[in-house]
Design a protein around this ligand. Structure first.
Ligand code: ZN
Length: 95
């Protein structure tokens, strides 16, 4: 049994803090598409956000580039993603 596992950290696009992948919701933006839940296996390009309404609000209202997605995303599209999350992420569900 290894005591020191390598734990990959990802940055929450809401609060900007780093956290382990397991505590974050993954989402992606396929080429030509809009933000959606889940990670695009083809590109591996995705974003992460806490299961926390405060982070969702920050994500929806923040300005600037979403660096991990390498693109800018209009606010209505971000709000739509948050709506997807609230519908698909009941507290007990761990993607
Ligand atoms: Zn966060």
């Amino acid at each position: 049994m290894r005591l020191l596992e390598h734990v990959p950290l990802r940055t929450c696009l809401g609060c900007g803090k780093r956290a382990t992948k397991g505590t974050l919701i993954r989402f992606t933006r396929p080429a030509g598409g809009t933000l959606q839940l889940g990670l695009d296996a083809a590109t591996g390009r995705g974003g992460y956000i806490h299961r926390d309404q405060a982070c969702w609000r920050q994500f929806a209202t923040r300005k600037g580039l979403l660096r991990s997605l390498r693109c800018n995303v209009d606010r209505p599209e971000r709000v739509a993603l948050i709506e997807q999350i609230t519908q698909n992420e009941p507290v007990a569900s761990l993607g």
